[in-house]
Design a protein around this ligand. Structure first.
Ligand code: ADP
Ligand code: MG
Length: 376
């Protein structure tokens, strides 16, 4: 990929720029906890966006996307927003830096990536954080702190791409560190690195490649349930709720709200338990908690679907250590912690059986926890 990018840069602009990269991410555990003030536990992966970039001394940005095979040119004022979706991520990053008082001038860039698009690995965050990191280095003497870089990516999604996302994806992509996961406290924004000790195991994503579009917005409905229960308990978010307090108001809330809140309270604890287990190198406990999360997402939070439950069943039958839905639900991937000695068997079984039932093979993405945004 690096070679292709360099060749394209030479061909289009002459000479070479500086190479930057940033990564997609996984989240080991901690689902639907972000908007409840709880914890998430992501890490950057060995699937990246790479860009060769060089200031061009004008007020125009010229970018070539290798994967889309398209060239776009835009100015740096609000009115200059490009029409192409992929270019809006880059334009948005420029604008968000400028809006914060930072400096961005014209530049030439060529970029490519291997983060699967729309699979839940956050290719968009990789793209934003690659450019945010680069423009901070090239035009701002690295004066913008890393949290602000993550927020620049998040605001890009909100203001230029129509995606109302949280901070986890950009955080993971900017702060990612080889061999480490990061526990982020979504209330205080404090974070801690944990070595990802899974000796004898691999991490692999199985992508169902289905996405169920639902009529009413299930995400907003889940949020509203959580907010109603928190209000009833007289607290800001479910972060401060306990199972005992929830049980005490069980008769005053709907059964649906009860189970939604129960999941969130349990999930918050599971993230902490998984961190402890990882520190002991106890993969069995990590895996058990992943299955519990799947169960909770499926039965209590009701954001699973037939295909994801089927993938989870196959994992269980194959003796996979841990498996669960990753992401918001209703399709996408499961994340699986698999012992090395059953890995090949699991991959062939899950591919074959899923294909047998749904008529298409799932996509398989083995991942290694790697560095986030950096200069190459
Ligand atoms: P994801 O879950 O992967 O973040 P999104 O829909 O949020 O999915 O972001 C995908 C979008 O990001 C693509 O439609 C494209 O505009 C942009 N993108 C991601 N990777 C690339 C790439 N390698 N080249 C060009 N654009 C990309
Ligand atoms: Mg995205």
């Amino acid at each position: 990929m690096e070679k292709t990018i360099k060749q394209e840069f030479e061909k289009r602009f002459g000479g070479e720029g500086t190479m930057y990269a940033s990564a997609g991410r996984i989240n080991l555990i901690g689902e639907h906890t972000d908007y409840n003030g709880g914890f998430v536990f992501p890490g950057a992966i060995d699937k990246v966006i790479m860009a060769d970039i060089r200031p061009n001394g004008t007020d125009k940005v010229r970018v070539f996307s290798v994967d889309i095979n398209e060239n776009v040119e835009f100015g740096l004022e609000e009115k200059d927003a490009p029409a192409q979706q992929w270019a809006r991520y880059i334009f948005g990053v420029c604008r968000e830096i400028i809006k914060r008082g930072g400096n961005v001038k014209g530049f030439d860039a060529v970029f490519a990536g291997n983060v699967p698009l729309g699979a839940g690995l956050s290719s968009s965050a990789a793209l934003e954080s690659c450019f945010a990191f680069a423009l901070n280095d090239l035009f701002n003497g690295n004066s913008i702190d890393k949290f602000e870089l993550a927020k620049i990516g998040q605001s890009t999604e909100h203001n230029y791409c129509g995606v109302n996302c949280g901070i986890m994806d950009q955080f993971a992509s900017v702060f990612g560190k080889k061999g480490h996961l990061m526990r982020l406290d979504c209330r205080s924004m404090e974070y801690e690195y944990f070595p990802f000790n899974i000796t004898g195991h691999k991490l692999v994503l199985v992508d169902s490649q289905v996405k169920h579009a639902l009529v009413d917005s299930p995400y907003n409905k889940r949020r509203q349930s959580c907010e109603r229960v928190a209000a009833k308990l007289g607290i800001d978010t479910l972060r401060d709720a306990t199972k005992e307090a929830l049980d005490a108001i069980k008769g005053e809330i709907s059964a649906e709200d009860y189970f939604r809140a129960k999941f969130v309270i349990e999930e918050k604890q599971r993230v902490l338990d998984v961190c402890d287990a990882l520190q002991r190198g106890d993969c069995e406990t990590v895996g058990r908690k992943m299955y519990e999360t799947h169960e909770g997402l499926s039965k209590d939070y009701e954001v699973s679907c037939e295909e994801l439950d089927y993938l989870n069943d196959i994992a269980r039958r194959c003796g996979v250590t841990g498996s669960r839905i990753m992401g918001g639900g209703f399709g996408g991937c499961t994340i699986n912690l698999v012992k090395n000695d059953i890995y090949d068997q699991f991959i062939s079984t899950v591919t074959h059986e899923f294909n047998g039932r749904y008529g298409h093979e799932p996509k398989i993405y083995p991942v290694i926890i790697s560095d986030g945004a950096h200069k190459c």
